[in-house]
Design a protein around this ligand. Structure first.
Ligand SMILES: [Zn+2]
Length: 446
């Protein structure tokens, strides 16, 4: 049931706020603060609206709930620069709480930004699309540096943070009536007492699952709502290859045109089978942000095409395990060194028949071979969060060779965790944002 009483109040205050500014202003390095009369008041619950345009990679922040006691409040990022060093903190990001990888707005084009703060909830909309939906829990997790990043009340400000000019017009602030149901709102909050996602965002570490499939009933709407809710950016991939529905270039093209254009995700290609690059040339590959492949489809010792996740296809009789392992390692190294993919996904996976002996079969010598090929290839290594592969020792060895990393799930169903293994790997292997593959920098597949 909705409360009816505040409607009139909302209407009146909205009318008052919209008296505002339609003239075009800008901020840049010489004049980094936007002066707006309406910013100089204390706001608690409000909607901020503005039309914004960045030029030459201009970057800015809208700050709110900033108070004189030094409390920082929150910020929303404006950054449409594809070459940005902070590629994981694009326009609409709720800074260090819900950082967004996807560029929903473009340099040189006006876009609508709306920030709504109401009770315990913060929403950010870009061109009418909700990209952040954050409910502050009763006990939010904040690092020491960000300890003032909390809801309260305070002034608004807009500041330039780098690059070219940022133009603003029609900036307005609409006060909202206080909510009486904040306890109810908080029922929808994520418990941050153990949540890995907020810990990574607070450390300004990219939080992206590069390997998500719309499978097992996971629709794009559901995936987008889930991504917003739990704060993980998704790279969504169709499987492209001879044995899949998208088995030729024109079908991948259709997918991008008809389905992909509706997606509010980073769109990427999972390349399947060893002939994939003959089916999908650089033109179509270039339409996807990046391409990843794994070493789970190949011709076995008898020359038979197998998919190692299909147990009935794997023919590895007793006594042939070592030969089978050698074939797997050889396949991985050939893929790494010869195929035009950006990322090696589902790494170190073995057929079920070999899994119980994985520790024994993955000898130091075999691991070294894969590591050498990986470093030589310039490909990134996926840290798979569902299979929990590769192990930390391998990740550390890859890091020491300068290899970049991605995090991936390769989900078969709508539920696939909250970055648990990714967080553990980042902490235990000392990964920093510089170790993570930048999806805007993919070159090998292009
Ligand atoms: Zn996959």
């Amino acid at each position: 049931m909705k409360l009816k009483i505040p409607v009139l109040f909302v209407f009146l205050s909205a009318a008052a706020a919209f008296a505002g500014h339609s003239e075009e202003k800008w901020i840049d390095a010489d004049s980094p603060k936007l002066a707006e009369e309406s910013f100089d008041k204390t706001y608690k619950d409000f909607i901020f609206r503005a039309k914004i345009k960045t030029e030459n990679g201009g970057k800015a922040r809208v700050n709110f709930h900033r108070a004189q006691n030094g409390r920082t409040g929150y910020s929303v990022e404006i950054d449409n620069d594809a070459k940005s060093a902070n590629w994981w903190r694009s326009t609409g990001s709720l800074t260090s709480v819900r950082n967004i990888v996807k560029k929903f707005a473009r340099d040189g084009e006006w876009f609508d930004l709306e920030i709504k703060v109401h009770g315990a909830e913060i929403n950010v909309n870009i061109n009418g699309l909700c990209v952040v939906e954050y409910v502050e829990p009763l006990k939010p997790f904040r690092t020491k540096k960000n300890s003032g990043m909390l809801l309260s009340e305070g002034k608004l400000s807009m500041e330039h943070t780098g690059g070219g000019r940022v133009y603003v017009k029609g900036a307005s602030v609409e006060p909202l009536p206080a909510r009486a149901d904040i306890d109810n709102q908080r029922l929808a909050a994520i418990d941050e007492s153990s949540d890995a996602v907020i810990r990574l965002h607070q450390a300004d570490f990219p939080v992206m699952d590069f390997h998500v499939h719309l499978k097992g009933g996971l629709t794009s709407d559901w995936a987008f709502a889930k991504s917003r809710k739990i704060g993980i950016n998704y790279g969504v991939a169709p499987n492209c290859g001879r044995d899949f529905e998208l088995n030729e270039s024109s079908k991948a093209e259709d997918f991008i045109k008809h389905t992909g254009s509706q997606y509010p995700f980073i769109l990427c290609m999972q390349a399947e089978g060893r002939e994939w690059h003959k089916l999908f040339g650089p033109d179509i590959r270039g339409r996807f942000s990046y391409v990843f492949t794994d070493a789970m489809t190949f011709n076995d010792i008898n020359g038979k095409r197998i998919h190692i996740w299909r147990d009935d296809e794997v023919d590895c009789p007793k006594g042939s395990e070592e030969a089978y392992m050698d074939l797997i390692v050889k396949t991985i190294c050939e893929i790494l060194e010869n195929e035009p993919a950006d990322i090696y996904a589902n790494p170190m996976r073995l057929p079920k028949a070999l899994e119980p002996g994985a520790k024994k079969y993955w000898t130091d010598k075999r691991r070294e071979k894969v590591l050498d090929s990986l470093a030589k290839s310039g490909k990134a290594l996926e840290i798979n969060m569902l299979s929990r592969l590769p192990d930390f020792e391998f990740i550390k060895a890859a890091k020491s060779r300068g290899v970049k990393f991605t995090f991936g799930s390769n989900n078969a169903a709508p539920e696939f965790g909250r970055f648990e293994y990714g967080y553990e790997a980042a902490v235990k292997c000392g990964l920093t944002s510089a170790d993570i593959f930048n999806p805007y920098s993919a070159k090998i597949s292009k």
